[in-house]
Design a protein around this ligand. Structure first.
Ligand SMILES: CC(C)(COP(=O)(O)OP(=O)(O)OC[C@H]1O[C@@H](n2cnc3c(N)ncnc32)[C@H](O)[C@@H]1OP(=O)(O)O)[C@@H](O)C(=O)NCCC(=O)NCCS
Length: 192
């Protein structure tokens, strides 16, 4: 009965938001485990097939031994690190398919947040431009709020129009621009 009620609400929300040209996804966000190796390998391969060499928010997955990588992610979530604090690396899954990766660095000291931003994300090439990153960032902001952050800093390269649009759609306000080795980075703040 409760499940039916929840599903009805989700369907209603989907319709409501689709009418406004937004999509609402009922995604699952969870830490990776040892059984996710094939799914993640396929995710990486899709990027390579698309001519991309770096996998956003993957925390060096492609160059790590898989079991050690999983251990690192769980360690980051449970005990964190003296410099970076605790952080979450979520697999973002919709209807059983790995859609994207989300890295939430909710204990970052201010000087690191101002350089790297609190949140990183990536969506697999075949699932882009469907509203997934917007949904994922919204979820990340809700996690940050739960953790007590009142101002989230987000950074992206100025020429990354997709990321900048994702941030702005989530209430990001441009606060700074820096130039490093010819690349312009932009920094946004979202007040929670
Ligand atoms: C950036 C990225 C995460 C966006 O993911 P996405 O799921 O396609 O984003 P959404 O579908 O939620 O779209 C968000 C906004 O970006 C816009 N957008 C998406 N792709 C775009 C593109 N290639 N150029 C311009 N705008 C784009 C969308 O139109 C939407 O804005 P709108 O609703 O005002 O039209 C995805 O392109 C990606 O994974 N890129 C590689 C990794 C990366 O750059 N990560 C961010 C590092 S800061």
């Amino acid at each position: 009965m409760i499940k039916w009620y929840n599903n009805s609400i989700i369907l209603y929300m989907k319709k409501l938001f689709r009418d406004r040209e937004y999509e609402v996804y009922n995604m699952i966000y969870r830490l990776p485990n040892v059984n996710d190796k094939d799914m993640l390998h396929e995710y990486i391969q899709e990027h390579y097939d698309n001519g991309e060499t770096s996998i956003s928010a993957s925390l060096e997955l492609a160059t790590s031994e898989y079991g050690e990588w999983v251990e690192k992610i769980h360690r980051n979530a449970l005990v964190g690190d003296e410099i970076w604090g605790k952080s979450l690396l979520y697999l973002c899954i919709d209807e059983g398919k790995l859609i994207g990766l989300l890295n939430i660095r909710y204990e970052l000291p201010k000087y690191l947040a101002e350089k790297y931003g609190h949140i990183g994300y990536g969506v697999r090439p075949s699932e882009r431009k469907k509203g997934y990153a917007t949904t994922m960032l919204r979820h990340a902001l809700s996690v940050c709020k739960e953790k007590g952050i009142t101002q989230v800093i987000l950074g992206c390269y100025k020429d990354n129009l997709a990321s900048a649009a994702t941030i702005k759609k989530n209430g990001g306000v441009l606060i700074a621009e820096t130039k490093n080795e010819g690349k312009v980075s932009q920094y946004y703040i979202v007040k929670l």
